[in-house]
Design a protein around this ligand. Structure first.
Ligand SMILES: NC(=O)c1ccc[n+]([C@@H]2O[C@H](COP(=O)([O-])OP(=O)(O)OC[C@H]3O[C@@H](n4cnc5c(N)ncnc54)[C@H](O)[C@@H]3O)[C@@H](O)[C@H]2O)c1
Length: 385
């Protein structure tokens, strides 16, 4: 029988699991374990289908993203749980670009949602900050900008060499990411049109009142005048349609400074692909760094992809010490996207409880191995579901 995707009213969820390379293979099974634990007692039928796309397959068969993969994921799966890609044996990183950027672009996953929440004061490098001070969402445009690979070389390898890298911005692309962020802010952390399309579960408890959140659009329109002008005009015209959202603009360099000076000013940040990539590393670090940072690559109403922000960390791969929290929190976002908000909250609660009891890996100065953290989380979730 063909699978009817959950988002179209189908009875069960189907998740494609792509662990990838390095520690992606260690943290993704933990995420699957906790999802199974969270959904078991609630009788949520959920199927996982694993794909071995990554460096090993590429080196063995020269295949990165198999033919027909995008259509299959689109038609047969509700969401994708992704680990990480990157392997020193593939210095060109070709497989990673084909698979991850390929999926982001071909599935048109135009929203990259990167939430940051401080779970314990000991994780922030800022002094005198408490948990409530750092709780925000970065929306990064995910399909355009400088990442589309437009550009080239002239006189390559000579003393007169020229390299260009084009920053592509379309009216449609700018407008849809701004609208998504404004809708999210208006809904107090929920995207009103199609709640199951929003990573709401991650932020619902951030802002339980459902009051509109404050939004900041950041660009560099003072120097990048053409693209900046498009972002400015689009933003200003949308601000008129969202009078209930407290929205403002900052230049990206000012935003970086203000985030460090006083992160309490920010609930929702929206920006382009490059700036979002950089600023979300800064926000992740405000709350403990890569090991705790999840992300969602989203197209509302379509198959979307959830992953930890970190990479494949080849230096620690195979040592059993990879921190699985980023992946577990990304699965929480995925369950929120599927509309399973209680389970999503339970996953987040389990991470908070683990951190409170110092059940964590050495990167967070904890004494545990990956599998011990996994067992602890599963046990916690089973007791509390
Ligand atoms: N989304 C992705 O798949 C993705 C993202 C970033 C980097 N990469 C790739 O990963 C490879 C390594 O890149 P990198 O070293 O710049 O970034 P990385 O995120 O893999 O590692 C950066 C540092 O953080 C540590 N670290 C990261 N995640 C950790 C975790 N879960 N637990 C404990 N420690 C953790 C690593 O040991 C390393 O010291 C490269 O091939 C890169 O291209 C992939």
């Amino acid at each position: 029988m063909p699978h009817i995707p959950l988002r179209h009213g189908g009875p069960n969820a189907r998740i494609a699991v792509i662990p990838g390379d390095g520690i992606g293979k260690e943290v993704t099974p933990v995420a699957v374990n906790v999802i199974k634990a969270a959904t078991a007692k609630r009788h949520r039928p959920i199927d996982f289908v694993e794909f071995d796309w990554g460096a090993d397959k590429f080196l063995r068969e020269k295949i990165t993203l198999p033919e027909g993969a995008v259509e299959m994921l689109q038609d047969e799966f509700d969401a994708i749980l992704f680990g990480a890609l990157g392997d020193p044996r593939v210095p060109s990183n070709q497989h990673a670009a084909d698979i991850l950027l390929g999926l982001r672009f071909k599935l048109d996953l135009y929203v990259n949602a990167r939430p940051t929440e401080l779970f314990h004061e000991r994780f922030t490098p800022l002094k005198d900050r408490v948990c409530n001070d750092i709780r925000l969402m970065v929306f990064r445009e995910n399909t355009e900008g400088i990442y589309v690979g437009a550009g080239g070389f002239f006189k390559k390898g000579t003393a007169d060499e020229v390299a260009t890298q084009e920053d592509i911005n379309t009216r449609k692309g700018v407008e849809r990411i701004l609208r998504y962020a404004l809708d999210y802010a208006r809904g107090g952390g929920v995207v009103a049109r199609g709640e199951s399309s929003s990573p709401a579960a991650f932020s619902r408890s951030h802002h339980p009142t459902h009051k509109p959140l404050r939004l900041c659009m950041a660009d560099k329109s003072n120097a990048m005048t053409f693209a900046g002008d498009l972002w400015q005009r689009t933003f200003k015209s949308l601000q008129l349609k969202y009078p209930d959202v407290d929205s403002r603009h900052l230049y990206i360099d000012t935003l970086a400074m203000e985030l460090v000076r006083d992160p309490r000013q920010f609930d929702v940040i929206v920006t382009n692909n490059l700036f979002g990539d950089i600023i979300s590393d800064l926000t992740a670090q405000l709350a403990g760094g890569l090991g705790l940072a999840p992300s969602g690559n989203i197209h509302p109403g379509k198959t979307s992809l959830f992953e930890p922000v970190h990479g494949s960390a080849p230096k620690i791969a195979g040592k059993g010490i990879a921190n699985p929290f980023g992946s577990v929190l990304a699965s929480g976002m995925m369950l929120g996207f599927l509309g399973w908000h209680d389970e999503a909250q339970l996953l987040k609660q389990s991470v908070k409880a683990a951190l409170h009891d110092n059940i964590s890996t050495p990167d967070l100065h904890g004494p545990k191995q990956t599998h011990e953290v996994s067992d602890w989380l599963v046990n916690y979730i089973s007791k509390h579901s």
